[in-house]
Design a protein around this ligand. Sequence first.
Ligand SMILES: Cc1ncc(COP(=O)(O)O)c(C=O)c1O
Length: 443
Amino acid sequence: MTSHKNLLNQSSHLILARTHRDRIKDGLTVIMKGEGVWVYDQDGKRYLDLEAGMTRPVHVGYGRKEIARAAHDQMIELCYFTPMEFANPPALRLAEILSEITPGKINRFFFVSSGSEAVESAIKLAKHYHFFRGDKKRYKVISRRGAYHGVTGGALNVLGTVLPMRQIMEPLAPGTVFVESPYCYRCPLHLDYPACDLACARDIERAIQFEDPEQISAFIGEPIQQGFGAYAPPKEYWKIVREICDRHGILLIIDEVICGFGRTGKWFGIDHFDIQPDLITMAKGISSGYVPLGAVGCTEKVIEPIEIFQHLHTYSNHPVACAVALKNIEIMKNENLIDRSRETGAYFLDRLKTLETHPIVGEVRGTGLWAGIDFTLDKKKKTPFPPQRVVRLTDRAKKKGLIIKTMGQALEFAPPLIIRKEEIDEAIRILDECITEEEKGIQ
Ligand SMILES: Cc1ncc(COP(=O)(O)O)c(C=O)c1O
């Protein structure tokens, strides 16, 4: 057996994602085990995981034996077969179940292995729709500054945050048009809601006219945005975007990679806004992170003209991944995790709001079990907060056994949907301590 000491050595053979070498100069934390909302490192230290695995997929919590059994049974029955011209029972069944829970008319599905691949597939499906209708000029995609849609080619093109990720890879392919995000706390247009009359949404029309409406394939956006710390737009926002897209024959892709599967207290984030997307993307909570899985879903209108979807991943429609997702969704239904996310989320938000008395806490916000604290150096002026101080808050919390994550000037929270009130109380107690220490400059 490999000794844990070797794993701790910085010269380990593993490459870590988005980890500055200075962050691991004193050694690596190796997570060995998970149970419920808790994870354990190589020294047996226990952490309350307020981020469902940090990238937020583990909706049903760690250590679900029934999911492991579902994977085991499917591997023995059929481990793999091609997604071209053949189907398999778990993929067929998962598509059927998704058609029942996804928003409105979404009822055709293609499975991939990640959120980025789901975004690639959605952008390609949109392009195929226009191509097969003879509308071959449409190639541009509208995205938003502050958007996160993943890291592969097409997804990177529409990435509007974590900017070094795209800047190192530039030049990228042409064809992305960026518009502003509905971030009212620090409005990029320097306006105030509702007097602004949703200028950020209405301005999309101007961008479309400038770019030529007949060259635009799709608009992509997260229903509630991670970029600024779990930011929900004003309630009218998505209706205005939908109307603009309809006026110009542009498809609307809603990226549900984080929001989907109960994160915001409904099955999908866009369910809060009462509009019909043409395509949605999913990942993370679809399999609760037990296996890699992503998906794109679309309406009949989108799939109908497409004679052949010229797209293929070896692991599309993977039977084991789909079997895991089926068991995961069954657990969510049996344990009412969507309602629980809404109810526990309301409690979590109330408790987080008690932190607003701290001078550096600018705004606390949340929808379901997805919440954020936006920090500031001056509450009145909403002066930007140094992101490295938010990183320091996460370091303080880690020392005290709490896993939290940064989102620029904000902290963002996305615990497993099974988290209990006592666990939330414990998290708030530690957060309060960390913010106090940060304010006082305690080392
Ligand atoms: C909204 C959104 N879309 C796409 C992605 C990319 O997903 P993945 O990291 O699985 O490729 C993410 C990842 O966090 C996301 O939050």
